[in-house]
Write a protein that binds this ligand. Structure first.
Ligand code: CA
Length: 223
């Protein structure tokens, strides 16, 4: 049975969702705040998070950002009452798996959750191995293997940067975006840090692996 963590401060809402999900065979846990969520996440097995944006202690958007920055890829379905939040979520490419606006139909909610879980199982199958040109990346060990089978090692940040570019192969990432996504709040440097990491990755995988888009930033190259 799959466990769903409802992160929502409105008790009525938690009650309705919880009832619906239990009725459909899910194990349900709930958290009324972001801090409670972090606690549950480290203590319980969670297969999917239903995340409200308007939480008392932290915005659901920031919670999601932190989750993805920690490379936690637990499926997240956003709950929101405002259409403008949806635009924000989609625009920021925060890594939400789906969203649902309140008020919602209970059957739709269950259908969305099932579909996200199904997709996730499919994606889990070989998620640790990514092909990049002639190289094969192992996401779990932060290493790559070239066509001759030689192992190439990366630092966690280098590998995170590479993974970020791979996650949206057509997108140009600005240095600011890369800093925000890979370094986050624990960073006290400048944009050159990104450039230095890019050149290290190029030294290891070849210049063409990352393309410089002048005046904008970087994107995955045509390897
Ligand atoms: Ca709320």
């Amino acid at each position: 049975m799959k466990s769903i963590l409802i992160v929502e401060d409105e008790e009525d809402m938690v009650e309705i969702i919880s009832y619906t999900l239990k009725e459909n065979g899910f194990i349900v846990l709930s958290a009324g705040s972001a801090s409670e969520m972090w606690e549950k996440l480290s203590n319980d097995k969670i297969d999917l998070i239903l995340l409200d944006i308007g939480l008392p202690d932290e915005s659901g958007i920031d919670v999601l950002k932190t989750l993805r920055r920690q490379e936690n890829d637990v499926p997240v379905v956003i709950l929101t009452a405002r259409r403008s939040d949806v635009d924000k979520i989609v625009g920021l490419e925060l890594g939400a798996d789906d969203y649902i606006t309140k008020p919602f139909n209970r059957y739709e909610l269950v259908a969305r959750i099932r579909s996200v879980l199904r997709r996730y199982v499919g994606h889990k199958g070989n998620k640790s191995i990514v092909k990049l040109g002639k190289n094969t990346l192992n996401v779990d060990s932060y290493t790559a293997v070239d066509e001759e089978g030689n192992e190439i090692e990366f630092t966690k940040k280098e590998f995170g940067l590479l993974k970020l570019l791979i996650s949206s192969p057509k997108k140009v990432f600005t240095r600011e975006e890369i800093l925000d996504r890979i370094w986050g709040d624990d960073f006290f440097g400048d944009f050159r840090t990104v450039d230095v990491h890019v050149s290290k990755i190029r030294e290891k995988l070849g210049d063409s692996v990352i393309k410089t888009v002048r005046g904008v930033g970087y994107k995955l190259g045509g390897t």
